[in-house]
Structure formats: structure tokens, C-alpha cells
Design a protein around this ligand. Structure first.
Ligand code: ATP
Length: 289
């Protein structure tokens, strides 16, 4: 019997370290970042249909359900490669904050590649899917595997790292949408006065040293986003005042996360963020291995 439906989870990521080395002549930025999956996910259901084509449904009214959605782009790419004449209905339950610096769109695209590959028995390896994925978005190769990774080049050179020690996270997305293009477009990669200690962070991960990790949290994109939106600094301060070992903006922002060693403190900090209405979405969560 052939499989008529399958489901996938699409996990969000944060960056515990994000450095930009230079802007290439083709406009892409060469990065050196440490990616980490967190336990916040979207659900995707894939069902075969007789009617040809790709139909997307979602519970989130903000998102396009046409070819602009990365889910449709990812499915179309694989359909084209394999000349698929049947159809697929994809149902997205959205939980990852949108335009947040958490790779929600990329993770949905990666989950779609895994789901469509499985549903239509395409037999592509993860490496093959990663090669297709990078043509749609630099974070997609990472999202296809997840976990803790050093990401280099434009995001396509991935090196697995040990997961950080167990801890608790408060993840807070302020009520503003930040375009990744705007942030990279306004970054002066050649004039950065500070670069996060990515090598030191990798050594701390190897040692399982949480304080070594939290001491080295750093993201050069804060120089653009936090200057534009003061709420980012406010959130970082509040999380630190409420007991976070340290706090940082993720990706191009505006999501801020704080790392806590104690769940009760993390819950109380999340409550303080909600009370002050500094964020529209607030999660207490953990790293995924
Ligand atoms: P990154 O961390 O990779 O920069 P992000 O979290 O900043 O990603 P996304 O949530 O991936 O940003 O979305 C950015 C834009 O992409 C949104 O404006 C949205 O309209 C569009 N988009 C297309 N498809 C999706 C999708 N499946 N989920 C979320 N956004 C999508």
C-alpha cells in the first residue's frame, strides 16, 4: 500500500553566536554562526490529492498561501525536478513567530522537502535536499538537519557541535516585524568594532560549560536592529534583571532570548515580559538536541 499522507515538525532555531565576516561581491554575506534548535515548532501535514498541483492551508492569516510561501516554493521545486503529476495538500499549523529571526519560513521549507520526498517516494538523500534547499534560502540546509551546528559560508557549510548543557530559555518576540534583507542591507561588515568569540563558544560547547557559553553570547546584527528598535535592549535588560545568565537577539531579530539555569526563574521572567507588554509572543522552552 502506498502512503497517502505524512506529517513533519518544523522546529525554530536561535543563534547563540552570529558573526558576519564580509560582504561578497554577489551581495551575499559570509557568516560564522552557531545555530541551535529550540523546542518551538510548526506542524505540517502532507496529503496526496488526485487533483494536480500544490494547495496550502494554514491557521495563520498573515501568511501567503500562494507561490510566495516558502512551503509552496519548496514543494514546487521537488515536483519540477521529479515531474510529479499528482497533487499535494499541505496543512500548516503555525506557532513559530513570523519575521522574527527564528528561521520559521526556512524550517517550514525544510519540513516540506522532507515530507514531499517521503510522500512521493523520491528517495533524495538529506545532502541532495540541502543542495536544492540552499537555492531557496541560506538557512534551509541547516533546518533540514537541526541540532547544534556551526554554519559558515552563506549558511551552507555545516559542522555538527555538541549540544549545550540543559537549561531553560525565555524567547520573546516583540510586536514588530523585521526584514532580514533590511538588516543585512544596513550592516557595515567591514566596520564592525566587535566580533563574537565563536571559537571560544565552540570550546565551551565541547567542555559542556554553560557559563562559558552564556559569557560568549554575541550577535553582530544587533548593531543594526537594536539601534532601530530600543525594545530589544529593554528586553535583554529585563531578562538579565530577572535572573538570566545572559540574553541576546536571535538572527536578524527582533526575537530576544534569555538563558536561565532555573525553570521557576524563567517562568517569572516570562511573566514580567508579558506584564510590561514588551513582546507579543513569549515562550519558556528548552534547547532540542
Ligand atoms: P530568518 O531567521 O531565516 O531570517 P525569519 O524568522 O526572520 O527568518 P520568517 O518567519 O521565515 O522570517 O519569514 C520572513 C518572511 O517570509 C515573512 O514576511 C513571510 O511573509 C514570508 N514567508 C513565506 N513563507 C513563510 C512561512 N512558511 N512561514 C513564515 N514566513 C513565510
Amino acid at each position: 500500500m502506498t502512503t497517502e499522507q505524512t506529517s513533519q515538525k518544523a522546529y525554530a532555531k536561535i543563534n547563540i553566536g552570529l558573526d558576519v565576516l564580509r560582504r561578497r561581491s554577489d551581495g551575499y554575506h559570509e557568516v560564522r554562526m552557531i545555530m541551535q534548535t529550540v523546542d518551538i515548532c510548526d506542524d505540517l501535514l502532507f496529503e496526496k490529492t488526485q487533483q494536480p498541483g500544490i494547495v496550502l492551508k494554514t491557521d495563520n492569516e498573515e501568511l501567503p498561501v500562494n507561490g510566495d510561501n516558502l512551503i509552496c516554493k519548496a514543494a514546487e521545486l521537488l515536483f519540477r525536478e521529479r515531474g510529479i503529476t499528482e497533487g499535494v495538500r499541505i496543512t500548516l499549523t503555525k506557532r513559530i513567530p513570523i519575521a522574527a529571526g527564528m528561521a520559521g519560513g526556512s524550517s517550514d521549507a525544510a519540513a516540506t522537502m522532507r515530507g514531499v520526498n517521503e510522500l512521493f517516494g523520491m528517495g533524495y538523500s538529506i545532502e541532495e535536499l540541502q543542495a536544492f534547499g540552499v537555492t531557496l534560502g541560506a538557512d534551509i540546509p541547516y533546518c533540514l538537519v537541526g541540532g547544534t551546528m556551526l554554519s559558515e559560508g552563506i549558511g551552507e557549510i555545516l559542522t555538527p557541535l555538541p549540544a549545550p548543557p540543559d537549561c531553560f530559555l525565555v524567547v520573546a518576540k516583540p510586536d514588530i516585524n523585521v526584514s532580514t534583507g533590511f538588516v543585512y542591507g544596513n550592516l557595515h561588515a567591514d566596520r564592525l568594532s566587535y566580533h563574537p568569540d565563536i571559537d571560544g563558544m565552540m570550546a565551551a560547547l565541547e567542555e559542556g560549560n554553560l557559563q562559558g557559553i552564556t559569557d560568549r553570547l554575541g550577535n553582530v546584527l544587533e548593531t543594526v536592529t537594536a539601534k532601530e528598535y530600543p525594545v530589544i535592549e529593554e528586553l535583554k535588560q529585563l531578562l538579565q534583571n530577572k535572573g538570566a545568565e545572559n540574553a541576546l537577539m536571535s538572527g536578524s531579530g527582533p526575537t530576544v532570548f534569555g538563558i536561565f539555569t532555573n525553570r521557576e526563574e524563567a517562568e517569572a521572567a516570562a511573566e514580567a515580559v508579558r506584564e510590561r507588554e514588551l513582546a507579543e509572543q513569549v515562550f519558556v522552552t528548552v534547547f532540542c538536541r
